[in-house]
Design a protein around this ligand. Structure first.
Ligand code: AQP
Length: 339
């Protein structure tokens, strides 16, 4: 039986990269789909984690809120268990090589490829004006990953298509200019890769949602978690069973419960034999509260200690050290005159 938490990857030491946008309140979806994997991976691989503020500005952001959220996301990553002695944490805009490589990769990527990205279509939908940055977002993501000669990219299922494009761009660059980039592999969790919105279990739980009841924020206090879970949409019938097509709301809650209480889906289902939706919701809320409790306590300590700034400054230095020579090699290969 597969355990759902404490993911164990028995692989030789590899380079890992992943990013999180400071585009809202980090959610339980971000935590279960990505952050938990980050924490597990830092023990076995050389990891780079990045708060991707340049990605966040592809949609309108309030400048002072963006600055505050960038710091908050960094603090939450540390509070979730990232250890500065085991991995590198930095802010994307602090390492200009990301934007520079993005520009170069713009010329290796086609308009047609970008137009097929479903995240672009989803995010552009209903907007009066769509920035060129939102369209080019996957190229910046490719630059982030390829700069570190990354082998593995832990992400939620929503990023799979972007990863495929990154692989394509790396292969194209390598065949055009000679072996330069490592072609990365996505690392998508088997369960929890797509936590759904509480108010609509057919769409992804998202931190930039305008409906706070649709997501559980990592800093939500216990009573808020209880209230949000109590209002979560469930399905017709009364049986608590994992059936994502037939019972998307209940299945989403079961996944959350299983992941937060370190159980398999089968064990989670067994816990609710003969029980109703109200019992499920009560148990989900308590398991989420217990999962978030230590993270919230560490977050509070971090915000008073000022440690986050030191971690980000050291992270910037280390990231620039690795990214710099790769960017220089790329510039040489495409024929840019050295300064
Ligand atoms: N609902 C989710 N379930 C599982 N994983 C998720 N991720 C996001 N939502 C879920 C994963 O979290 C990581 C960081 O996400 P991101 O900041 O790059 O932005 P995103 O993928 O676009 O996530 P959001 O929360 O929906 O942000 P907004 O609303 O700003 O677009 C990624 O690995 C992602 O897969």
């Amino acid at each position: 039986m597969t355990r759902l938490s404490g993911a164990k990857y028995h692989l030789p030491m590899k380079r890992v990269f992943s990013g999180v946008q400071p585009s809202g309140n980090l959610t339980l979806g971000n935590y279960l789909g990505a952050l938990r994997q980050f924490v597990a991976l830092q023990h076995e691989h050389e990891c780079f984690f990045c708060v991707v503020d340049l990605h966040a500005i592809t949609v309108p952001q309030d400048p002072s809120l963006l600055r505050a959220k960038t710091e908050e996301v960094a603090a939450l990553l540390l509070a979730a268990g990232l250890d500065p002695t085991r991995m590198t944490l930095f802010v994307q805009s602090h390492v200009p090589a990301h934007a520079e490589l993005c520009w170069i990769l713009n010329s290796v990527t086609t308009f047609g490829e970008l137009g097929r990205m479903t995240q672009f279509k989803d995010k552009a939908k209903g907007r009066k004006s769509v920035s060129a940055g939102l369209f080019n977002y996957p190229i910046l993501m490719a630059a982030d990953i390829l700069l570190y000669r990354t082998h593995l990219v832990p992400v939620g299922a929503d990023q799979k298509q972007h990863l495929e494009l990154t692989r394509e761009v790396a292969q194209r660059f390598n065949s055009r200019y000679g072996e330069t980039f490592v072609v990365p592999e996505p690392l998508i969790p088997k369960v929890g890769a797509r936590i759904m919105a509480l108010d609509d279990p057919t769409s992804k739980m998202s931190k930039s949602s305008e409906v706070p009841a649709s997501y559980i924020a990592l800093l939500d206090p216990p009573d808020t978690v209880r209230a949000k879970v109590a209002r979560a949409v469930t399905d017709s019938g009364r049986e608590v069973r994992y059936a994502p097509q037939e019972k998307p709301g209940v299945s989403n809650l079961l996944v959350i419960y299983a992941l937060c209480s370190d159980k398999s889906i089968q064990e989670a289902e067994r816990d609710f034999e003969g029980a109703g939706y109200a019992d499920l919701k009560r148990a989900v809320a308590e398991s989420v509260i217990e999962t978030l409790r230590p993270l919230q306590a560490r977050y509070k300590d971090l915000t008073v200690s000022g440690e986050v700034h030191e971690v980000l400054a050291a992270g910037r230095r280390r990231a620039a050290e690795v990214a710099g020579p790769v960017l220089e090699e790329v510039k040489d290969k495409v024929g840019l005159l050295r300064a």
